[in-house]
Write a protein that binds this ligand. Structure first.
Ligand code: GLN
Length: 397
């Protein structure tokens, strides 16, 4: 006779206990509730380019409506080969080294589930985009935070090296960076590469903003010496082609990593939306340099409008080098916490940001910060600027 093993009642698994709801998406709901301008969640309020919309409709009409090849539509994997060669001189094999996922979000989760073991440590620079810590925790790994000091948010190699233990498995690097706006330069990336090589670490890069930068250059870590074989490069269509709702993400990784990643991806989602993969492939092959120049210039203008508005309203902030966010210091405006101020700003002023604490492991570090997204029409940003003016007026009273 066997004794029944003690069973837990139905309820949330332990690995979910430390997660909170996504603050970014919560602020989108708050913005809707108060009819505020949503400068919280990073999604465009302007139309997707016609080429993509036409190509997606065409694919649906042509009956590309069943599962795509699990690893990604052949046309898209081929387009990625051409893209990485043309932009970065990076030779990749679409058949063996590419996986197409449901957004960069699934990509990051699939990569860590495939390549990180329970008990491993994963280094996450902070401030961070909110998914990386939970992604590590889903693997029963531990996120270890590497502080990037404001206002420059430079990556300090000594600090990084000091965090490495025998359990360290990987470092996650997001450049251009959400939320700081940093574009890590060659010196910083070379230092990361050296440390990865010395300590035999995996690098996982989130390069979703690779085409949105105003200063410096985007250097995929995988292109540095000895890094191709230890780097997984994540990106996707969401930001480059203004299709955040399409959920088309991409992973480039050496073949042995890719086989593991493909298995996880297969069991998680089977595949990314088939007709939308065709449309993204059309955009990658159809758009020339002018598309990417125009993308950058339009974001530069939007960023400038928001930056001026924030400075005039009394926030402390720097112009971002890349991506489409500005982290703003609220100390000169209020004693409220970032969370209270964000709610207040949405309710009373009609502009919703994201509380800074959601980008830090210790919420106290972000208490005086809020993040604004500027992936919005210039008119939307000007209107937000008009509304934010009341802060400057209030300050003078
Ligand atoms: N990356 C975007 C942001 O930081 C969108 C986040 C999300 O909702 N997935 O706002």
């Amino acid at each position: 006779m066997t004794t029944p093993s003690p069973r837990r009642s139905p309820g949330p698994a332990r690995r979910t206990h430390s997660f909170t709801e996504s603050v970014i998406r919560e602020m989108t709901r708050v913005a809707r509730e108060h009819d505020a301008i949503n400068l919280a969640q990073g999604f465009p309020d302007f139309p997707t380019p016609e080429l993509l919309k036409d190509a997606a409709c065409r694919a649906i009409r042509d009956d590309v409506n069943q599962y795509a090849v699990t690893w990604g539509a052949p046309a898209l994997r081929l387009a990625l080969e051409e893209k990485y060669a043309a932009f970065y001189g990076m030779a990749i094999e679409g058949d063996r080294e590419v996986t197409v996922t449901c957004g960069a979000t699934e990509a990051m989760a699939a990569v860590l589930l495939a390549l990180v073991d329970p008990g491993d440590e994963v280094i996450v620079p902070e401030p961070f985009y909110e998914n990386y810590g939970p992604d590590a925790i889903l693997c029963d790994a531990t996120p270890v935070h590497l502080t990037l000091e404001p206002p420059a948010f430079r990556l300090d190699p000594d600090r990084l090296e000091a965090l490495i233990t025998p359990r360290t498995r990987a470092i996650i690097l997001n450049t251009p960076n959400n939320p700081t706006g940093r574009v890590f330069d060659r010196e910083e990336l070379e230092a990361v590469a050296r440390i990865c090589r010395t300590h035999d670490l995996l690098a996982v890069t989130d390069e979703i903003y690779e085409h949105i930068l105003y200063r410096g250059e985007h250097i995929p870590l995988a292109t540095l010496d000895g890094m191709r074989e230890r780097t997984v490069t994540v990106s996707g269509a969401s930001k480059t082609f203004s299709v955040t709702g399409w959920r088309v993400g991409t992973i480039v990784a050496p073949e042995p990593f890719t086989s593991a990643i493909r298995k996880v991806h297969d069991f998680l989602t089977v595949g990314a939306p088939a007709p939308l993969q065709e449309a993204v492939a059309s955009a990658m092959t159809g758009f020339g340099a002018d598309y990417y120049d125009e993308l950058r210039e339009s974001y530069r203008e939007r960023g400038e409008v928001l930056y001026e508005a924030l400075i005039q309203a009394g926030f402390g902030c720097e112009r971002p080098e890349g991506a489409y966010y500005i982290m703003a210091d609220i100390s000169g405006l209020t004693d409220m916490s970032d969370a209270d101020f964000s709610q207040w700003l949405a309710r009373e002023v009609g502009v919703a940001p994201v509380p800074g604490s959601s980008f830090f492991s210790d919420p106290a570090d972000g208490r005086h910060l809020v993040r604004f997204a500027f992936c919005k029409r210039v008119e939307t940003l000007r209107e937000a600027g008009e509304r934010l003016r009341v802060l400057a007026t209030a300050g003078r009273d």
